[in-house]
Design a protein around this ligand. Sequence first.
Ligand code: PLP
Length: 496
Amino acid sequence: MQYQSSRGQSGSVSAAQAIVKGIAPDGGLFLPDHIPQLTMEEIKSLAGLSYQGRAQYIMQQFLTDFSADDVRSCVEGAYNSRNFDHDKIAPLVQLEEGLYILELWHGPTSAFKDMALQILPHFLTVSLTKTGDDNEIVILVATSGDTGKAALEGFRDVPGTRILVFFPQKGVSQVQKLQMMTQEGNNVYVAAVEGNFDDAQNGVKNIFASDEAANALGQRNMKLSSANSINWGRLLPQIVYYISAYADLLAEGSLLPGQKINIVVPTGNFGNILAAYYAGRMGVPINKLICASNANNVLTDFIKTGIYNRNRSFEKTISPSMDILISSNLERLLYEVTNHDSEKVSGWMQELKDQGCYSIDEASRNMITDLFWADYSSDEETIARISRTWQQYSYLLDTHTAVAVDVYEKYHQVTGDNTMTIIASTASPFKFGASVARAVMDMPDKAGEFELLRKLEEKTGWEIPNGIRSLEEMVVRHNTITNVADMQDTMLTLLK
Ligand SMILES: *Cc1c(COP(=O)(O)O)cnc(C)c1O
């Protein structure tokens, strides 16, 4: 299988090359030239395998330049009991008849980003041997909070790599910030950016596009790559858990082969829901993909109207990992629904860059509205949903997952659709514990973050994940702050 850029100007490359490059040289995103198909028989037979077995089977179809041993060693290096605290890796929990939560946060940093970022370094190491690249790879990341920590954990002390993470100084939770500032490892660098996530992301995109940066790094035998969800190696592992969830439901007899499901995804950069779309294209029967946003509801408007308009104020919410106005991975969906029309896609992306706004054609729009449904929830609704879900089901939602559950309730009210539904749960409630604690119990305004987490644990009987519990005692090792304009210089200084 070959990969090509959504902007059409980068030729065809192997999976290994797409993973090493991260972003295509023409500024587009790499996509597979076709989508492998799974028959219902194949999905049924996956039900008999472990998560690791399923992952291997599915990933191999996209990584045709990897040997079976390559793929197996990547999968085993990532999804094991050292890294994940649940033997099913991505377990389904039933809330009620026909409604399931897919818990994607059993990895080391307690957010779903681990599902991809535990395996990406393995993909990259294998890919580097195939492309014959002997530069040191510098992984450059802009994070809205969770990617940064997950990437730092994934890449720490991986030979031949260094990792530099930029996070928005005021855009992440206290736990997220501490997780990054205390990061250990010999090849890790962290800097706070004076700005929001879009500022940090744009700064990183500019560095990727800068010949000056490439030359300066080249002189040190270093080369940039990306661990953001623009890297195909991030997206591929996410396809696996949707297929795996369907296989689990088949295995337990909750679904008949071929029966359709809805999937609800709390969405920011559009990576996770795009993976659900690919699972559907591969053969998982999908009724609706429900795109849930917070007050930064650009995607809600886009899916409802076909107009993407980022010219609006950036809202800081209690679900910070979804505080995004430019959802990069949407470009991949546009490429798919236009049947790989890179000229059209490039045009829209140029309009987005120049005017902050673009409008898609009728046919593409219909393709999207046939499959997707979208809405958003405010912070108040999110808090109320955490509280309500705890009372109803004794199930504790984090703020992002709560947005998804709340939007699903809206969908259910509006449509009356009773199709079996899976809601992607993207973080442990303790990762955003301050908001969650306030939703389920009365807490004094001045209570410290860790005090809140302990009270939450006491009240609910849910355990604080180890990686979060240990933060309180860890030493801060990264104090760099940079403004957006200086990000490139900051990078070159840190990487000395
Ligand atoms: C990153 C993240 C999201 C958004 O996922 P995208 O793939 O960017 O749409 C949602 N919830 C949490 C907890 C996250 O970390």
